[in-house]
Design a protein around this ligand. Structure first.
Ligand SMILES: Nc1ncnc2c1ncn2[C@@H]1O[C@H](COP(=O)(O)OP(=O)(O)O)[C@@H](O)[C@H]1O
Ligand SMILES: [Mg+2]
Length: 283
């Protein structure tokens, strides 16, 4: 098992793949092989999502795009091992761990600490009865981080996402959508997640804060070597920061390649349609 990345990771000789406390850019953070997610049984089986191959390296951003219902969220949930009632086959390697076959206990440790989800509406996933300070303390405690380390990590993470520490005294309903999204990102940063999955992270936000949240994800990817999987129905959103683009439709990958290639010369008609729907790119 790969040791957890620590603040003194650069002095820890056992911290494979990490230089100066950061993952090496050439290291695979997440590798998916032959993933299929189905629902139903007998004659009534329906494919929800499939992904033949995907490799997300530390510090890279892979985007998954496609219209609503194409299987994007299902794919992210599979990466978190959140597939109750669904039939999952294939492999999803998070470091040395196969998420598809790992026991729930292992998955509980990985979620948050190694792989984090930024959802479309972070406010709804934050416990409304707790102040933000209590929320982040509990999340850190669940992963064994206590004492002075809690304060240090919280302060550093809030500074990273440019949130005022005074917000820790507030309840989730007392902050804006943009602040909630920054706070969700701060929790992933505080836990030092290697992989961040962002599911339509800006679609519930005001236009004015959408770009800021995307820029923030992009900066953390570069500075912390986070492997970012960005899901969106909007090709314009992902075109700004993706290195690699996967286009999904009806649960199938219709195109996958370097972002520059996919945007300049889409090989699938469907990608062309998505591009044509983007005013600034479709000319
Ligand atoms: N737990 C589930 N049981 C049955 N069908 C599901 C389940 N989760 C998602 N689906 C279906 O899978 C398809 C893909 O959904 P989803 O992954 O949410 O798409 P997207 O995120 O691209 O909009 C949809 O047809 C949706 O209704
Ligand atoms: Mg979705």
């Amino acid at each position: 098992m790969r040791p957890h990345r620590d603040s003194d990771g650069d002095e820890d000789s056992g911290t494979a793949g990490i230089v100066s406390g950061r993952p090496r850019p050439d290291r695979s953070a997440l590798t998916v092989t032959d993933l299929q997610v189905r629902v139903g049984d007998g004659d009534d089986v329906r494919l929800l999502a499939s992904l033949p191959h995907l490799d997300v390296r530390a510090g890279a951003c892979v985007a998954i795009v496609g219209e609503s219902g194409s299987g994007k969220s299902t794919t992210l949930h599979a990466m978190l091992g959140l597939t109750d009632g669904l039939r999952v086959s294939g492999r999803i390697m998070l470091g040395d761990t196969d998420v598809v076959s790992a026991p729930e206990k292992t998955l509980n440790t990985l979620r948050g600490a190694r792989i984090a989800l930024i959802s479309q509406s972070p406010q709804s996933s934050l416990n409304p009865t707790m102040r933000l300070g209590t929320l982040i303390r509990r999340v850190l405690a669940r992963h064994g981080i206590r004492g002075t380390e809690v304060r240090q990590r919280t302060d550093d993470a809030l500074r990273d996402v440019m949130l005022d520490p005074d917000l820790l005294r507030r309840y989730p309903h007392q902050i804006s959508g943009g602040q909630a999204q920054r706070f969700a990102i701060a929790m992933a940063v505080a836990l030092r997640a290697d992989v961040v999955l962002a599911d339509e992270p800006t679609s519930a936000l005001d236009v004015t804060v959408q770009a800021a949240v995307l820029q923030l994800l992009d900066r953390l990817r570069a500075e912390h070597g986070i492997a970012l999987v960005l899901v969106s129905h909007d090709l314009a959103v992902v075109s700004r920061i993706a290195d690699h683009i996967v286009v999904m439709r009806h649960g199938h990958v219709v195109e996958s390649g370097p972002a520059t290639d996919v945007l300049a010369a889409p090989s699938a008609d469907y990608t062309g349609e998505l591009l044509a729907a983007v005013p600034t790119l479709g000319e």
